[in-house]
Design a protein around this ligand. Structure first.
Ligand code: AHG
Ligand code: MN
Ligand code: MN
Length: 294
């Protein structure tokens, strides 16, 4: 089944947004072959060449602006929330390319999208949907509009076709820990040691979207904690943590900043960062328990 058919029983306005973004990601996917290695600079003709992440941002921004489907648009690559002409109240957040430092070494990267009705500066629990596209050996698209997490595969005819419906996060002992061990805060150090003593296996690529995708399929925990010198962590609440957290939660997992669900945090700015724990419920209960017992 194609993505368009799969979306046909839900909210038509939101479905249109998902389809527009899905179409742009096909262009992004093709861009890796031709734009690989370009960093902001002029080419031999004096034309400005954009790095992949800014190029991807421009593509999605201009497409959604022209679509008339979206009123609020926030991107990791833009300093402010943009307001487009639209009769809808749909708000979209994007990380156009997540894991961009891995493009040059041909590891999986992705595009992450959060969807709102109204203001995007709202808790993640108010999202009406989220999606991400993973550019790996295959290009896959996962979406959730509040009714299950579904996965599509970009096939040889350049169409997203259904690969799996209603994904649920299994139980397993995988951990994907960001940040430097020497900078761990005491409660986080205890958490990691507890996982290691329990036999958790390390799986960390440096691409959040790819690492969380692995957790969705295999179970376990991804964490990029707050650490010494940056207690608020590295990952961004609006562009990274909330959309991926929403999808994992809808797949039966959970999120935390070590004390509460990330989805319950009211953002104060679009560039806000957050300590991230995303994965199975057992692993999320454990970090909150260890933090409480500090
Ligand atoms: P982005 O490419 O959008 O800037 O995000 C990079 C993020 C995320 O993808 C990843 O989990 C994290 O940075 C990796 O950080 P470290 O290199 O510190 O592990
Ligand atoms: Mn990112
Ligand atoms: Mn990015």
């Amino acid at each position: 089944m194609r993505l368009k058919e799969h979306l046909k029983n839900g909210d038509m306005e939101i479905a249109q947004v998902v389809l527009r973004i899905a179409k742009v990601t096909k262009t992004i996917s093709r861009g890796f072959a031709t734009r690989q290695g370009i960093s902001d600079s002029s080419n031999i003709y004096g034309e400005q060449q954009l790095a992949m992440d800014k190029w991807a941002d421009e593509l999605i921004l201009s497409d959604l602006k022209a679509s008339g489907l979206v009123r609020f648009f926030a991107s990791e690559e833009q300093p402010d929330i943009l307001k487009f002409d639209s009769s809808s109240d749909i708000g979209v957040t994007i990380d156009p390319l997540d894991g961009s430092s891995l493009i040059g070494v041909n590891l999986a990267v992705g595009t992450i999208v959060g969807i709102y009705r109204g203001d995007v500066l709202s808790p993640g629990s108010e999202m009406v949907g989220a999606m991400y596209v993973l550019y790996g050996p295959l290009t896959t698209l996962n979406y959730c509009l509040g009714e299950g997490v579904h996965e599509f595969l970009l096939n040889e005819h350049d169409e997203f076709v259904l690969q799996a419906e209603n994904l649920t996060i299994p139980d397993s002992k995988i951990y994907a820990p960001g940040a430097l061990r020497r900078d761990y805060l005491p409660f986080h150090k205890r958490y990691i040691e507890t996982l290691e003593d329990d036999g958790y296996k390390l799986r960390y690529s440096g691409s959040f979207v790819a690492d969380v995708h692995q957790i969705l399929h295999k179970g376990g925990i991804f964490t990029y904690p707050g650490f010494k010198g940056r207690e608020e962590g590295k990952l961004r609440l609006l562009f990274e943590a909330n959309p991926m957290g929403y999808i994992i939660t809808e797949a039966g997992g959970a999120t935390s900043d070590s004390q509460q669900s990330i989805l319950s945090i009211k953002p104060e700015s679009i560039s806000q960062r957050v300590p991230v724990y995303i994965g199975g419920r057992r692993e999320i209960e454990l970090i909150e328990k260890i933090r409480k017992g500090e």
